[in-house]
Design a protein around this ligand. Sequence first.
Ligand code: SF4
Length: 235
Amino acid sequence: MSLGINLGDPGAKACTWSCIYCQCGFGNRVETMGGGFIPSVDQVLSGLKAAIEQQPAIDSVTIAGNSEPTSHPLFAEVVDAVLDFRKASGGRWIFNSLSNGSGLDDRKVVNACNRLDEIWIKFDCATDELFRRLNRPAARVGTVAEHLNRIKQLEKPRIQSLFWLFPDRPEMSNWTDKNREAVLTAYRAIVPEQVFITTIKREPAMRGLEPVPLEELESFGDRARAAGSDVKVFI
Ligand code: SF4
């Protein structure tokens, strides 16, 4: 069983990207978090303690949710507080986070991510054209090269790549020869600890996206393995 920690406002998604496949809708694309409700470190910790009291047999605690975790102004403090709590309580669960990596310009955030058991970073579009069109990052996020440079700050990056088809508008799909080749090149440059390859499962922000067939994903996964990555494909 996995517990999730949302560092954003449950009623108002705020992310530095605005992916067309996001299961939380388009929401607000922001440079930094602020304005709405942002949980304090104490609120996160008390919520986590209450959840674990109810469900002690948990396998993992994941910082994820409807907003970009590394945009929380106290992301590093949250990580440390949860790690201290796990140590004090003798917890054996894995502590990880899912992120788009846009907060990794800040050394404090990088160090906090390196203290997690696992940090999973999104990487779906490896050309600037698709990155801008499909992940739709805020201006300060910049280019694919800048995204890769942030990921390379991490000691043990893990990558999650989501691919999709868009039969009516092929230019809105990232399942193209060019993107697949560019993604493989990026995997070789990142040398990730692990790669998860997946496709659309829940209703995306934009209508018209469709899942990539499993056998096609598996075939791509084999190529990623041949390129040296530890790969898991799932839908
Ligand atoms: S990075 Fe994650 S939360 Fe942000 S828009 Fe993309 S899928 Fe949604």
